[in-house]
Design a protein around this ligand. Structure first.
Ligand SMILES: Cc1cc2nc3c(=O)[nH]c(=O)nc-3n(C[C@H](O)[C@H](O)[C@H](O)COP(=O)(O)OP(=O)(O)OC[C@H]3O[C@@H](n4cnc5c(N)ncnc54)[C@H](O)[C@@H]3O)c2cc1C
Length: 203
């Protein structure tokens, strides 16, 4: 499904529609697809933060793969030779928001953070900052006790394993994770559920 269609149809999960609407430009959103994006697993794309942050199930022509097992490393996933993503099932979170610091030209994520309060607890997923999307357990534990922007401000991420390139240093990316996580918590806290659906299945 093209990103533009996700932005228009996945309205039960505003954090997801907002993420899709922030991808690239109009041409990219009309040509790029959810399946292609997650199968490719470029470290700077947005969807991995939604897949891991919302705890989705990826359905393929062979099996169902849980979010935490799907992205394995730089441009690598759990998909095997000839395995095709056929659907992605997004459970509706209690509240969620995605914040990204985009590259000013391509809009790829220099850093993007999805924060979600789900039926299985708080999840914080970061894209753009490392070789592959990752969760931040310390933030998740802290937000579990106190879902407030200030709760994550004091948590600093080590820069050692983060991306360092002409766009942003690893230290800057580490700083952005904290800032964007705080903003995502603030935005998620204002979220009001006006949609009845229990989730979104995108094919
Ligand atoms: C200028 C530009 C700006 C961009 N900005 C952003 C951005 O801001 N944020 C962002 O997230 N992305 C961004 N992108 C990435 C874009 O959104 C696309 O998702 C990405 O280019 C992959 O293209 P595609 O989705 O058409 O997949 P394809 O190019 O068709 O496929 C990519 C790979 O995945 C495989 N594949 C495709 N579909 C499936 C499937 N269903 N199952 C298994 N394997 C499959 C293909 O065989 C191929 O190996 C940008 C791209 C460009 C060119």
């Amino acid at each position: 499904m093209p990103h533009a269609e996700v932005a228009e149809t996945a309205t039960a999960i505003p954090a997801l529609t907002a993420l899709a609407a922030l991808i690239g430009d109009v041409q990219v959103r009309n040509r790029g697809t959810l399946g292609g994006s997650i199968a490719n697993n470029d470290p700077a794309v947005d969807y991995p933060a939604a897949v891991v942050g919302l705890g989705v199930t990826v359905e393929t022509n062979r099996r169902a793969i849980e979010a935490d097992a799907f992205f394995t490393s730089l441009f690598e996933t759990a998909l095997e030779e000839g395995e095709i993503v056929t659907a992605v099932h997004f459970p509706k979170p209690e509240k969620a928001a995605y914040m990204k610091f985009p590259h000013p030209a391509s809009r790829f994520a220099i850093v993007g953070v999805m924060v979600a309060q789900t039926a299985c607890g708080v999840r914080v997923a970061v894209t753009g900052a490392g070789a592959c999307v990752f969760r931040v357990p310390e933030m998740e534990r802290t937000l579990e006790a106190d879902f407030a922007p200030d709760a994550v401000r004091g948590i600093s991420l080590g820069a050692d394993d983060l991306n360092d390139d002409i766009h942003a240093s690893s230290e800057y990316r580490a700083h952005l994770v904290g800032v964007l996580a705080g903003r995502a918590v603030a935005a998620a806290s204002k979220y009001q559920d006006i949609h009845g659906a229990s989730g979104v299945g995108l094919v």
